[in-house]
Design a binder for this molecule. Sequence first.
Ligand code: NAP
Length: 298
Amino acid sequence: MKKIKILLTGANGQLGQCLLHLGGFSEIVDWVPTDYDELDITNREEVLNFVNSYTPDYIINCAAYTAVDQAEKEYDKALRINADGPENLAIAAKSANIPLIHISTDYVFSGQSFKPYVETDKPDPQGAYGKTKLAGEEVLLKTGGKIIIVRTSWLYSEYGKNFFLTMLRLGKDKQSIGVVADQIGSPTYAGDLATGLMKIVQYDALHEGWLSAPEIYHFCNTGVASWYDLSVAVMEIAGSTCEVKPLSTEQYPLPAPRPAYSILDTARFRNIFWPEIPYWRSSLRCCHEKYELLTHRI
Ligand SMILES: NC(=O)c1ccc[n+]([C@@H]2O[C@H](COP(=O)([O-])OP(=O)(O)OC[C@H]3O[C@@H](n4cnc5c(N)ncnc54)[C@H](OP(=O)(O)O)[C@@H]3O)[C@@H](O)[C@H]2O)c1
């Protein structure tokens, strides 16, 4: 059987790493992993030439500017990576007639809702990062072609920089920490998102013609938590005695505004691709086991 060739951008990031380390797909997938050094997604000519010469069957775009606070000072740079980059990939995908799977964020919403956000809810980003990610979505919808935008939230993994790894470090170094308790969302293990993305690829490979226009889906682990809840759960799993104290958003000011309510409704994703997305606490345990293996602790 011919392998599915997937061009992966941002392969050194946490989601890119989770995709590359996903078990069970090596028989069917031939990855073309790239990060900034191999393929700068903001360079249109480079992107078009790359896609022409490697002839992938899919593009999964994990490349992004993700420094939420720094984006307030570097809006133009963030916009180039989060909007011009995806536009270049979409143009290349459209001319090759292949699907582009692009990752977006809960930060496109205001965070002032009281019920889980569905795909058709009106975006209203509050900070620079969210604005650049929304600009990326808009340019993909305008370019058209076989586009799948997957919005996710509160991503963490055993790779890169993220809240889970920060809590593990603080749990070793500190006797007590304060963590914001009045912002809620759905923590999402990047390993599960990677599985979800591969389920999209498998679905597409089996249902030719189902994707004729851009589509948006929401993906996050099931269940809801505050950052405080997530921190307490990490400490428990890691066996840390570090005390976690709840803080209000006002007590922990940051340069970029954070959504108070970040829950995404995943019914659309579950109905088509993966009915039983795991609960966040079980995925957190799974991530911790992977972390222990990675750091040779077990
Ligand atoms: N992290 C979260 O909590 C979260 C939440 C919701 C949605 N998301 C979205 O999920 C996706 C994956 O996030 P992540 O956490 O895996 O991000 P990440 O760890 O920051 O990885 C992004 C990767 O893209 C690379 N990159 C930056 N500019 C590039 C360019 N011009 N060309 C090629 N590669 C470039 C980065 O390289 P450098 O490190 O060298 O810059 C990095 O390796 C992103 O679209 C993000 O917006 C993330």
